[in-house]
Design a binder for this molecule. Structure first.
Ligand code: FAD
Length: 433
């Protein structure tokens, strides 16, 4: 009889695994998830509120393909797992509680927004931005600027800036409060952060730095009316977005005996402390991450790669997870951002890592290199898209920065990126040296 594989969570990690296993046809696969019947692109949630996409257009795989695939899909909430019986309990949308057995179980339950016990955080008008239900809350609480004239967003990572862009697209006056002295300082060198700050402020975002949320105040109906900051400022608002990071979504495992830390601890093969249970995506925490990499990397590409890796292992080719070169991409309003390899922000930049920053016309590149050997370590690009394969291979083979600059045209990707910038970069590099 086919091995019975049960996957909890139909995000990028769980769906990638399920689809690849179905293609190989070797196992019976059940995908159980509570948020939606079909896999959707969480990274594009903002475009639904902004009117660019419908919810169905968020789905990278057609409903027809899912319906025709042998994968059994169950829309239900898993309440607990019982590894000793290889069984889990779940609640269907109709409210029935049921059990399901497995031979191998994969937990791919993603993240949830991190809230920090602020007074008033349960009030009507306070939300995170992660789930489809957050879009529904936004439509209810902030459909337009007459219902919601003012909003405050707390925490300036990628999700925070997306929420600001969403609110501003409906003419809602928006303030972003960040604790740090410059934008996304946990990830960006100061010069990059300054470029992003200038860009977002040009879109009428009110940016308050070096302050924090103290508490959320409500009116007599229980709806948000203002917030108080630690520095004593009161800002009136009808909506508060909390985007102070995400946490692995693992509460339902607390009684399972699985070894947990911030996430579900997994070995190099993505196996948990129970030999029949694996974890992938945002909820997985690597026991042995590579140096300079995080044990939990809550990004799309990590979930996809973990799903692909586990599909290989389950198909009889045991494969350790190799995160490859760090890569991520995002948009700050109209400013495209890509990052490859290692470009450390000031706080964590070792002495051996040097940066060369070039900037013109709201476009920038920050190259990181090793001070002694000149080896290229990584790059941040803004407003310019580079060829993923080529830049990754440059980081992987650690060619010198000099070579990268000499060959920068080879990484050309963006049709709108005028070739004249290459000469500018080369010229600036010579001047810099
Ligand atoms: C607004 C936003 C923008 C983002 N932008 C980017 C970006 O630009 N680039 C990037 O790399 N990353 C981005 N990310 C992060 C990226 O979306 C996540 O890293 C990725 O979606 C995580 O995938 P996953 O499969 O691990 O989990 P998820 O996508 O979270 O899927 C897990 C699913 O499991 C379900 N589930 C959880 N617990 C249970 C349970 N007990 N029972 C049943 N079902 C359960 C959840 O409801 C969820 O649907 C963004 C995230 C957000 C929210």
């Amino acid at each position: 009889m086919d091995e019975k594989i049960v996957i909890i969570g139909n995000g990028i990690a769980g769906s990638t695994l399920a689809l690849q296993l179905a293609e190989k046809g070797a196992a019976s696969v059940t995908l159980i998830s509570d948020e939606s019947s079909y896999f959707f692109s969480r990274t594009a949630l903002m475009y639904v509120y902004m009117g660019h996409l419908t919810k169905e257009q968020l789905e990278p795989v057609s409903r027809e393909s899912w319906d025709q695939s042998p994968i059994q899909r169950v829309k239900a909430r898993v309440l607990s797992i019982h590894p000793e019986d290889k069984e889990l309990s779940f609640r269907t949308s109709g409210g029935d509680e049921k059990q399901l057995t497995y031979d191998r179980l994969v937990i791919a339950t993603g993240s949830k927004p991190a809230f920090y016990d602020w007074t008033g955080q349960e009030a009507e008008g306070v939300l995170g931005l992660y789930h489809l239900s957050d879009l529904e809350k936004l439509e209810k609480w902030a459909p337009n600027a007459s219902t919601c004239p003012e909003a405050v967003v707390i925490g300036g990572g990628l999700i925070g800036i997306e929420l600001c862009e969403m609110l501003l697209s409906r003419q809602i006056k928006t303030t972003l409060i960040i604790r740090e002295s410059f934008f996304w300082s946990s990830h960006l060198p100061e010069s990059d952060a300054q470029l992003v700050e200038k860009h977002i402020q040009s879109h009428h975002l009110n940016l308050i730095k070096e302050d924090e949320l103290l508490e959320i105040n409500t009116d007599e109906t229980g709806r948000v009316s203002s917030i108080q900051t630690k520095k004593g400022e009161t800002i009136s608002c009808n909506l508060v977005g909390i985007t102070t990071g995400v946490r692995p979504n693992i509460e339902f495992l607390k009684t399972s005996q699985l070894e947990l830390d911030r996430g579900i601890l997994v070995d190099d093969y993505l196996k948990t402390s129970d030999p029949s249970i694996y974890a992938i995506g945002d909820c997985a925490q690597l026991r042995n991450p590579l140096s300079n990499r995080s044990a939990i990397e809550p990004v799309w590409y990590t979930g996809k790669l973990m799903g692909e890796t586990l599909a290989q292992t389950f198909s009889g080719e045991p494969t350790p997870y190799n995160p490859g070169i760090w890569y991520n991409s995002a948009k700050f309003f109209n400013l495209e951002y890509q990052t490859y390899g290692r470009v450390q922000p000031k706080a964590s930049q070792p002495e051996s890592e040097q940066h060369f920053h070039w900037e013109a016309d709201e476009k920038a590149m920050t190259f990181a290199y090793d001070k002694t050997s000149g080896a290229f370590l990584g790059i941040n690009t803004f407003g310019i898209r580079l060829n993923h394969r080529i830049v990754s291979s440059w980081v992987e083979t650690a060619i010198t920065l000099q070579e990268v600059i000499d060959r920068i045209e080879e990484a050309h990707f963006d049709p709108e990126f005028s070739h004249r910038y290459y000469n500018q970069i080369k010229h600036a590099f010579v001047q810099n040296n």
